[in-house]
Structure formats: structure tokens, C-alpha cells
Design a binder for this molecule. Structure first.
Ligand SMILES: [Zn+2]
Length: 461
């Protein structure tokens, strides 16, 4: 078992003054959305969309998020830009696809003109940076070094806290949030970003939920993280029952996260803008893999996106258009009537809500996967309407799915629809040609703490 206790690292707290809860309570009393509402952006690591009750899951894993969804807008088909943390989170914070922001690797050894970079270059505008310039006090709390200071994702944050070195449970995240509330006096509205690490693997059975999802006696050594790691790495043979137990552990981490989310977001007023999403999902052998960062199937590519607007505007709405993590940045700016960031590759989703319509059928959404640490193949995907084309470069393989009739991607219909395959292949090639991979070299080597966490989370050996 790897220890969980970890020091809270902080940078840039400007002052030690009273907590900012009072400000939020005062904001709650005004009864309408201010021009610059407080904003809470929550990202939950490895939370696949279908693990939430409001996305149709049978287990009662997310009672709080389900209630939040009822008061907000649920985007039914949100696609991550990748299937691992670093490129996906950089997309969320920049509105750019990985090939443009260039954050595609985590280890210095792979940060080269051939393989890409590991941190955001200063010329790229970040969501926190734009909001800080607009008068927000920007506060970041992260738990994963893949979206921490090593990625330069802390740029634009008035204060930034990176919690823990290995596996950070939701209680530690909440404690860090409480500490920040006591230490930071905002000078304007608050933009808070919190990244929860659960339900990222390894999966700890969280009591009491895990015991209601599976027989813990039968789980045996699977609760031991080192043993679990060997199962994941296929050093120890496993069965369908083993995978079901691991999924039960995962679900218990989702429920524990939901519990602490309720406590955390309960500190925000009804007039705050609240956004909950994930960097990617996790696979449980639906397509022969465990965890993430290996494929672009829906279990890793499809993420939840729930937006609770001030005053519960648009409550109960569902959007079925395919949207992307790159859309979050321009949507927030549009909502605040701020100009769009130059070069953004996402679109504002506000017109869909204001005009009560879906996006046009010809909108293309992309996702891309390349993780040299895991020696995974380079994979790209393009979505148009319900069609999804997945292209693996090496070894070469192209698959086509009709997500309307085959949401679990069991039936590769590339041979049955050659015209769709050719059209989407051409669209993918055109997009890649017009958006060449950005390469940034010379990134600083990760420090020892980051290296330890990357290893603990399974990203490097
Ligand atoms: Zn992640």
C-alpha cells in the first residue's frame, strides 16, 4: 500500500485574511446572477460518463451530481480530446486540441521535436489567465501532477495548490479546499478549479459503498494496490469476476467523490456558475484493456459535462449534440460576455442553449491519443453526427462506428460504409494537415515528487 499522507504545496497566497465564505453568502442574497458570478470548475479524473446516475447508470453512485444535473444542463455526448490526463486537461484549460497546445507527453526523456512537449508554452492563453485579467481571483487545487505546475497549468492562477504526491482521496481534496478558504481573501469574484483524483486507479474500496457493490470477502487481495497493479499489468491472470470487483471499487470511489463534491459545492451560492466534467474515462475490458490512455473507445473518450447556471437558468435541458472539452473555455467566456480567446478550437455552447437547438450535423469533433511512456499506438478519432471513425497509425487499423445504433462500439462497419469511411478519413487527414502537431522541446525535467507520482499512477516505469 502506498502512503496517502501528503503535504499541501502552495504558491502565491497573497494575504492571510478571513475566509471567503462570507462573500459567497452575500452573493447568494442578491437573488439574481451578477455580471461576474463566482465560477466553480470541477474536473474528476477518469470519470466515465456512464458511471453517473444522470447518464443512465444503475448503481446509485452520484446522488449529488444527479440533483445538480436536474438543476442544470446535461451534455449527453461530450468527448474528451484524449484519453489521459495531461493532454485532456491542457485542452480544458486552453480550448485547444492536443496537437495544437502540444502537451502530449509527461516525461522529459520523451520531450523532443519528435514526440512533443510536456508543458504549456507561455504564448498559449489559459482560462485562468483570461479570468484573472477580467477581475477574478483565480484559485486552483489539483491532485495530479499531469495537471499541475509541471504542465504550467498553474499560469493565471492567483493561488495554486498541488495536493499530495501519490494517491489523493476526496477527503484530502476537501481539506485542501477548506485550507484555501481560510487563507485566501478574494479581491473579486472567485474562479475555483478543483481536480479530484478519484476514481483514477488503483481503485481503493471506499467504505461503506464498496461493500454494497461487491462481496469484499471474495475481493481478497484485489484491495491491495500492489497486487491490483499486477492484475492490471496482466502479470496475474484475471477473470470476468475480477474485473467486476475492480469496477465495484471504481464505483465506490465515484460515490465517495460525489459525497465530498456535495460538501465542497455546498459552499457556493446558487448564483455561481458550476461546471462538472472529467478528463477521460476508464476501461474495464469492454475492448480488451483496463484503465485509460490506451484507446479512444467511448468508455475513455466520453465524459460527463454538467453545467449549473446561476439561478438555475436552462435547468432540465439536455443537449445531444457532440461537444468537446475544448468548448468549455469559449462557453465560459461567452457566458461572461468576454471576447473569445484568439485561436480557440472550441465553440461556445451558449447559442445552443439560448436558441434551444442542437449543433449542426456537420460539426466535426476530434480526439487523439499518443502516450510514448506507455508505448501505445498513435490513435486519432473524428466524430460527425453519430458516426465515429477511429484510425490507429501503427499498426495501421481504421474502424467506423455508428454510435446511434452501436453505442458500445461492438460492430466495426467500415467495410459496410466505405463512402462514410472515405469521407471521415479525408476529414481527419485534412484536419491533421491544417493543424500540424506542435512540438515544444526543452521543457524542464520533472522534479522528484512528480516523478514519484507519475510512477505510482502507472504513467512511467
Ligand atoms: Zn486523468
Amino acid at each position: 500500500m502506498i502512503g496517502r499522507a501528503a503535504p499541501i504545496k502552495r504558491k502565491g497566497f497573497p494575504l492571510r485574511l478571513p475566509a471567503w465564505g462570507l462573500l459567497l453568502i452575500l452573493a447568494a442574497g442578491c437573488g439574481r446572477a451578477p455580471d461576474r458570478p463566482d465560477i466553480a470548475l470541477i474536473s474528476i479524473d477518469a470519470l466515465r460518463a456512464d458511471a453517473l446516475g444522470c447518464y443512465g447508470y444503475g448503481r446509485d453512485t452520484t446522488p449529488f451530481l444527479d440533483r445538480l444535473a436536474g438543476r442544470g444542463v446535461v451534455f449527453r455526448n461530450c468527448v474528451s480530446t484524449s484519453s489521459w490526463t495531461r493532454p485532456a486537461m491542457a485542452s480544458l484549460m486552453t480550448g485547444l486540441y492536443p496537437r495544437t497546445h502540444g502537451v502530449t507527453t509527461s516525461y522529459h526523456k520523451y520531450s523532443s521535436p519528435q514526440t512533443g512537449g510536456r508543458s504549456l508554452v507561455p504564448s498559449i492563453e489559459t482560462l485562468a489567465g483570461v479570468l484573472e485579467k477580467a477581475g477574478y481571483t483565480t484559485i486552483g487545487i489539483t491532485t495530479n501532477s499531469n495537471c499541475g505546475q509541471g504542465v504550467s497549468i498553474d499560469r493565471g492562477f492567483t493561488c495554486f495548490t498541488q495536493v499530495g504526491e501519490d494517491f489523493v482521496d476526496p477527503a484530502e481534496v476537501y481539506a485542501a479546499f477548506q485550507a484555501v478558504r481560510e487563507e485566501v481573501q478574494p479581491s473579486g469574484p472567485v474562479f475555483l478549479w478543483v481536480h479530484f483524483l478519484d476514481p483514477h486507479g488503483p481503485w481503493t474500496p471506499r467504505a461503506p459503498w464498496a461493500g454494497t457493490y461487491t462481496d469484499l470477502t471474495a475481493a481478497g487481495e484485489l484491495a491491495d494496490i500492489e497486487y491490483q497493479g499486477k492484475v492490471i499489468d496482466e502479470e496475474i491472470a484475471h477473470s470476468r469476476e475480477t474485473v467486476a470487483i475492480l469496477k465495484a471499487f471504481y464505483d465506490s470511489e465515484v460515490k465517495e467523490t460525489d459525497r465530498y463534491l456535495e460538501k465542497l459545492l455546498g459552499k457556493f451560492a446558487e448564483d455561481a456558475l458550476v461546471i462538472v466534467t472529467a478528463d477521460h474515462g476508464d476501461e474495464f475490458y469492454e475492448h480488451g484493456q483496463l484503465e485509460h490512455g490506451k484507446t479512444l473507445f467511448e468508455e475513455v473518450a466520453k465524459v460527463p459535462l454538467i453545467v449549473r447556471f446561476p439561478g438555475n437558468d436552462f435547468s432540465g435541458r439536455e443537449v445531444f449534440s457532440r461537444v468537446s472539452l475544448v468548448d468549455v473555455f469559449p462557453t465560459i467566456l461567452d457566458f461572461l460576455s468576454l471576447p473569445a480567446s484568439a485561436g480557440t478550437q472550441g465553440i461556445s455552447l451558449m447559442p445552443l442553449l439560448r436558441q434551444d437547438r442542437e449543433a449542426g450535423p456537420d460539426r466535426l469533433v476530434f480526439s487523439e491519443m499518443y502516450n510514448p511512456e506507455l508505448e501505445t499506438p498513435k490513435i486519432s478519432a473524428v466524430y460527425e453526427g453519430d458516426w465515429k471513425l477511429v484510425r490507429q497509425v501503427s499498426p495501421p487499423r481504421t474502424m467506423l462506428f455508428d454510435l446511434a445504433t452501436d453505442p458500445e462500439e461492438k460492430n466495426d462497419c467500415a467495410a459496410a460504409h466505405p463512402e462514410i469511411r472515405e469521407k471521415l478519413e479525408a476529414a481527419l487527414e485534412e484536419w491533421e494537415k491544417s493543424h500540424p502537431q506542435s512540438y515544444f522541446s526543452g521543457a524542464p525535467r520533472p522534479d522528484e515528487g512528480e516523478l514519484r507520482q507519475l510512477k505510482a499512477l502507472g504513467y512511467i516505469n
